[in-house]
Structure formats: structure tokens, C-alpha cells
Design a protein around this ligand. Sequence first.
Ligand SMILES: Nc1nc2c(ncn2[C@@H]2O[C@H](COP(=O)(O)OP(=O)(O)OP(=O)(O)O)[C@@H](O)[C@H]2O)c(=O)[nH]1
Ligand SMILES: [Mg+2]
Length: 265
Amino acid sequence: MFYVYFVGTAGSGKSTLTHIFSEWLKERNQDTLIVNLDPGAKWLPYGPDVDVRDFVSFEKVMQEFMLGPNGAFIACADLTASFADKLKEEVEAENPDYVLVDTPGQMELFAFREAGRVLISTLCSDRTAVVYLIDATLARRPSSLAASLLLSASVQLSLLRPQVNVLSKSDLLTGKDLEIATKWFENVEYIYTMMLREESALLGSLSQNILNALMEFEGLTSIIPVSSKTGGGIDDLFAYLQRVFGGGGEEFVDVGPFRIDEPWH
Ligand SMILES: Nc1nc2c(ncn2[C@@H]2O[C@H](COP(=O)(O)OP(=O)(O)OP(=O)(O)O)[C@@H](O)[C@H]2O)c(=O)[nH]1
Ligand SMILES: [Mg+2]
């Protein structure tokens, strides 16, 4: 059983990618189950097979504990963790090939609180990976991309799982944006030059330092442009996950060699 967690800042496209990726896997005859861990979700693009909302109600928590929305989200995150074993039982009863886990919009509640670590260490197998979504619309400048990658590194340091970065909503990128993203890990000199061209010299220099730190960070080796709207990059994401999971088992679908140097259209 393979667990894939979709993590990212609010609105980065987690739920949509969870849905599209599950459809992609099902078309390839992979038995796939979706877990929704967002107790505050009013609407989801998929029908969850296992749903935290069956155990934790955001509205009830607000009323019963007389909390505002932020306090209620924190209480919900902790309550969700207390149901981790029940959620796992439901997943294991189905015994799918892939378990796709959609995480809460308030990323810090999952990624940086103990509750998230409890959930990921209960709902897991020895093949568990995190897909970290960087919203393409927030990463148009090299310095913004550097800041997003730094946040991704923080998530990896907190969750301590193999992690893949995807540039979500890539259909919204211009050719130049896509060039910056795809060259990021291949051509450091190019990224340096782009940063120095940015309006604020201070920002450029800070970004350079962040870049240096990121290059030292082992987990960050590539970023995969993906669009849930066009389906672009989904096969690259799958191929990358195969590599993360160790690849080669007969349960894997052969999608050909992994390429990240050729932008999709
Ligand atoms: N153009 C485009 N829009 C997208 C894509 N993926 C998601 N969106 C849109 O982005 C918005 C947010 O998508 P969601 O999937 O709900 O994002 P999320 O990260 O689950 O949001 P929260 O759970 O609220 O944090 C929606 O309006 C989606 O239609 C994409 O690949 N391309
Ligand atoms: Mg969502």
C-alpha cells in the first residue's frame, strides 16, 4: 500500500490534484482510495472513501467549545489525531494499492503541529511520500519561488518523509515562468542572474542566501510542473513517486523514463 499526502498552503490545489491523480490512477487499474483530513471542507471535488468529517464536525466544535474559526481549526486538528486509529482501520479494510490523503487548507495545522505528525505516523506504510504543492501563481519571481521552497523544506523537516515538490496550476504559467521553475535545480547561475535582476537588491541578496541553503538541502532536487486542469505533468509526478517509493515492483505501471527537463505544453 502506497500513501501519498498532498500538502500545501491554502488554495494551492490539494483537493483538485488529489481528485485528478486518483482518476489518473484508476484509469490505469490502480485500486485507489481517498482520505479527506480537512474537517472544515464544505465541498470537495471528489467523494472521499474515508472522511474525517464522519468523526469531527467543525461547526459542532465551534459551538460546543465556543471557539472562533482559528481556535476551532486547532481543536479539530487535535481531535482528528485522536481518531487516527479509526481512520487507519477504515483504510486497511479496503486494502487499496494507493491511499491519497488530502490535508487541511490551514497547512500549519497539519505540517507543524504534533497532531499532523501523529496522523502521518499512524496513517502510513513503509512507502509513504508527501507531495508538496507550490501554487504557480505565488511563485512567478525567483525570490517568491525561493520563499516557497523554503517553506517546503520546513514541512519536510517537520514531517520527516520523502517529499516531492510540484508547481501546481502550471497551466497559469507563462513560458518565462515555466523556464524559471524548470531551470531552478539545473542551472543555479541562471537563477542567480534572474534574482539579481529583481527590483530590490536586498531581496535579491536574501534570495541568493536562501537559494544556497536550499541547494544544501538534500530533499530538494526538482520541482514538477503539474496542472489539474489540463492533466499536464501528472505522469511526471507518478514517475517521480515511483522513484521515491523505490520503483520497479510489479504493482507499478510502466510510464517510461522520467523527464523533468522538457516542459510540457
Ligand atoms: N487553473 C487551475 N486552477 C486550479 C488548478 N488546481 C486547482 N485550481 C483551482 O484552485 C482553487 C483551489 O483549489 P483546491 O483544490 O480547492 O485547493 P486546496 O489547496 O484544496 O484548497 P484548501 O483546501 O481550501 O486549502 C479552485 O478554484 C480550483 O479550481 C489547476 O491545476 N489549474
Ligand atoms: Mg482542499
